[in-house]
Design a protein around this ligand. Structure first.
Ligand SMILES: Nc1nc2c(ncn2[C@@H]2O[C@H](COP(=O)(O)OP(=O)(O)O)[C@@H](O)[C@H]2O)c(=O)[nH]1
Ligand SMILES: [Mg+2]
Length: 353
């Protein structure tokens, strides 16, 4: 039976999900299937190199809250002032607003029923207290953000075209560099020449080395080269771009499978992190993409981009509630430092307060 490429998923609970649940195009049958399963068994052995480095929290909670509030201004606009009285109407309005903000039915039901229960249990009668309680409930639904501890690390950035993969790689490179880490980029999106050019611009801007080959080169060959270079230089973080051809699942799977083999064979001592980049402005579509990618590959965490340009920041909550994939970073603009470590409480406060 099929297992997910790269074996281990983002957490233990879902790691056990058998391939029976995974819908793959009919190609699945033969040679490729065997290869993927092998790759998966291989990838199992990838050790998580436990050690030092943690990502610096960018700022204190108040500061983060205000940044989120700014990024979520449009979402807040949708919410408006529904907190007038503590009554059934409040819950109805809240339900509607959460759905409109792309929180999704599942998470909305969970949030509203939790809130009702707690408001009742605590005998809350002030709208402000309801707000505080709502922030608590949403924070809990969002869970703890993933940590960032590693000795050597390889990050594989996946996602469909246009979501912001290459931009995010530039931002992450700068972030790790600011932390004093050495960084290298791998131009694994070999599908279009422009992709490599774009990543090269970021590499120059951040002033980190980039490994690339010509258009149409094998993505896994680029990553193979990059790993060699990373090891030779003792680079801390290797960040790999990939092509996002989700419309052709077989190609995508084949490509990711080959990459998985290479990483496992050549760089098993590094911590592997598969980051799925999603565009917040596409709303529910981001959730569909998260599901689709989780079907073909391991996904450790999500980078939600373009949160600055959407009224639908609530998709973060839907993704966590429905796919159980944590959001690790959010993109809040096109500039190099427009990235933040996702902070569930600051996010919930920014959304509600
Ligand atoms: N407003 C905004 N734009 C972004 C963000 N991240 C990426 N973009 C823009 O989205 C577009 C596509 O980004 P790109 O990195 O090329 O996406 P890729 O195809 O997934 O590699 C570019 O115009 C980026 O400047 C973000 O967080 N906010
Ligand atoms: Mg790109």
């Amino acid at each position: 039976m099929w297992k997910k490429i790269f074996g281990k998923k983002h957490n233990e609970e879902v790691a056990g999900v058998e391939a029976g649940d995974i819908k793959v195009e009919p190609v699945a049958e033969t040679v490729e299937a065997v290869q993927v399963v092998e790759a998966v068994e291989d990838a199992r052995d990838i050790e998580v190199a436990g050690a030092a480095a943690t990502v610096e929290k960018p700022s204190n909670v108040t500061e983060k809250k205000s940044i989120f509030a700014k990024a979520l201004q449009k979402t807040k606009g949708v919410f408006g002032n529904i907190f007038v009285r503590v009554d059934e109407e409040l819950y109805d309005d809240l339900e509607e607003m959460l759905v409109v903000s792309d929180v999704g039915m599942m998470a909305t039901d969970r949030i509203v029923s939790q809130l009702k229960m707690r408001v009742k249990a605590k005998g809350i009668s002030e709208t402000n207290d309801v707000k505080n309680e709502l922030v608590d409930v949403i924070t809990e639904v969002l869970g703890e953000p993933p940590s960032d501890e590693f000795d050597k690390k390889i990050i594989l950035v996946v996602g469909v075209n246009g979501v912001g993969k290459t931009t995010t790689i530039g931002k992450l490179a700068q972030m790790y560099k600011n932390q004093g880490k050495s960084v290298m980029l791998a131009a694994g999106d070999t599908f279009r020449a422009a992709a490599t050019e774009q990543l090269t611009i970021w590499a120059n801007k951040v002033d980190v080395p980039i490994v690339k080959q010509g258009e149409g080169a094998d993505s896994s060959a680029v990553i193979f080269d990059a790993i060699g270079s990373t090891k030779a230089k003792g680079t801390d973080v290797l960040i790999c771009d990939t092509a996002g051809r989700l419309h052709n699942k077989k190609n995508l799977m084949d490509e990711l499978e080959k990459i998985a083999r290479v990483i496992n064979r050549e760089y098993s001592e590094a911590t592997l992190e598969v980051l799925l980049v999603l565009d917040a402005t596409v709303g529910q579509n981001a959730l569909i993409q998260a599901k689709a990618f989780a079907e073909v590959t391991r996904v450790d965490s999500i980078v939600l981009t373009k949160l600055d340009g959407t009224a639908k920041g609530g998709i973060v909550i839907a993704i966590k509630a429905e796919q159980d994939i944590p959001v690790k970073y959010v993109g809040i603009g096109e500039k190099i430092d427009d990235i933040m470590i996702f902070d569930p409480r600051a996010f919930a406060e920014g959304l509600i307060m």
